[in-house]
Design a protein around this ligand. Structure first.
Ligand code: PBG
Length: 348
């Protein structure tokens, strides 16, 4: 400490010689000392597909996010490819007529996801495709597996998930992403992929997926909101737990997971941090539909600057240790980043 210790006769103690504010003084010093940056390479864009023709429908609780028919898909996706977004995650809105108790449409080699994957691989061979593996978009009860005695049956569900993973892999999906939370499904899917000659296909495991209210708008988007009976608390994690997340991750890694997903995102950054520190594996987070909806709604009311809230929230994922972020903001964020403004510098 140094300098005067009296101002107008009042003792104020010594002035600081260590001044943290020096490094914050200019936009260029802030850029120079920034510990984390967000880039287009960090973004995964989840998109929703629907049957039919000529349609692109906005999802009510997710302004800006749409459900598109396959004839509109290439045009919808092209801006993301042009900006260099590395990968898309595909989700289907299955018409009620194709849903049943066992979610059998999930294993149809010509289902919406498989047709979309074939089409996208042909149009954009260098674009990564992530296929969600879980039965909920296909079951008439909205659960992620088959129901037996009022609960989701673990091992029977695994058989269905393996079939689903195989048709997706055959259709050109590069990363199989089980989001169902059954025990042992990563090992079973890995073995089946390898046996089918798909040993190069990655598994991104939703190892720590919480039973969360923030999935609400997504359930509207895939059409399971009215159909879901009860809740998913017997298979998705309790939001109270963190040690349990580490056990989930350890098991999935032992079974062969290549990448780990934590979900939801913003309320669970502590989980991202612990997983990344403990295991040092590529750790991703899903900024889910409800998180997107919150920011969009506040921005829509003029209560928040939506663009800055988007960029600050995404940078927060990087700070927590994420290799990348699955977010409905991916295209908007990529557009901003492409404009030459890194998130850390754009608020100067
Ligand atoms: C289910 C699944 C869910 C989401 C992705 N896959 C919701 C659920 O568990 O009910 C939610 C994603 C989001 O809210 O954006 N397999």
């Amino acid at each position: 400490m140094g300098g005067a210790d009296r101002v107008d006769g009042i003792s104020v103690g010594a002035y600081p010689t260590v001044r943290m504010r020096r490094n914050r003084r200019h936009a260029w010093t802030r850029r120079l000392v920034a510990e984390n940056t967000l880039g287009i390479d960090d973004l995964i864009w989840p998109i929703f597909l629907m049957e039919g023709e000529g349609q692109s429908v906005e999802i009510a609780a997710m302004p800006g996010a749409r459900r598109v028919t396959l004839d509109k898909l290439a045009a919808y996706v092209e801006p993301a490819v042009r900006l260099g977004i590395p990968a898309l995650a595909l989700f289907p809105a299955t018409p009620a007529g194709k849903k049943d108790a066992e979610g059998s449409e999930s294993a149809n080699p010509k289902n919406l996801i498989c047709r979309a994957a074939r089409l996208l691989k042909q149009e954009f061979p260098d674009l990564g495709l992530i296929g969600d593996v879980a039965l909920d978009p296909y079951t008439d009860h909205g659960h992620d597996g088959v129901l037996r005695g009022g609960d989701v049956a673990n091992d029977e569900t695994i058989t269905a998930l393996v079939r689903q993973a195989l048709v997706q892999a055959d259709a050109g999906i590069d990363i199989i992403a089980p989001s169902d939370m059954m025990d042992g499904r990563v090992g079973a899917i890995r073995a089946a992929l390898d046996a089918a000659g798909h040993s190069a296909i990655c598994i991104m495991s939703y190892a720590a997926k919480y039973a969360s209210v923030f999935y609400g708008p997504f359930r509207e988007a895939v059409g399971s909101v009215g159909t879901l009976h009860g809740n998913k608390k017997t298979y998705q994690m309790d939001p109270a737990n963190t040690d349990e997340a580490l056990r989930e991750v350890a098991l999935d890694l032992a079974e062969g997971a290549d990448m780990i997903m934590v979900k939801p995102g913003m309320p669970y950054l502590d989980i991202v941090r612990r997983v990344h520190e403990r295991f040092g594996v590529p750790t991703f987070a899903y900024q889910v539909s409800g998180e997107y909806a919150m920011i969009k709604a506040a921005a829509g009311h003029g209560w928040l600057d939506g663009e800055r809230a988007m960029m600050e929230s995404l940078l927060g994922f990087k700070r927590a240790g994420c290799a990348g972020i699955m977010t409905y903001f991916a295209l908007d964020a990529a557009r901003l980043l492409h404009g030459g403004e890194e998130a850390g510098a754009s608020f100067s």
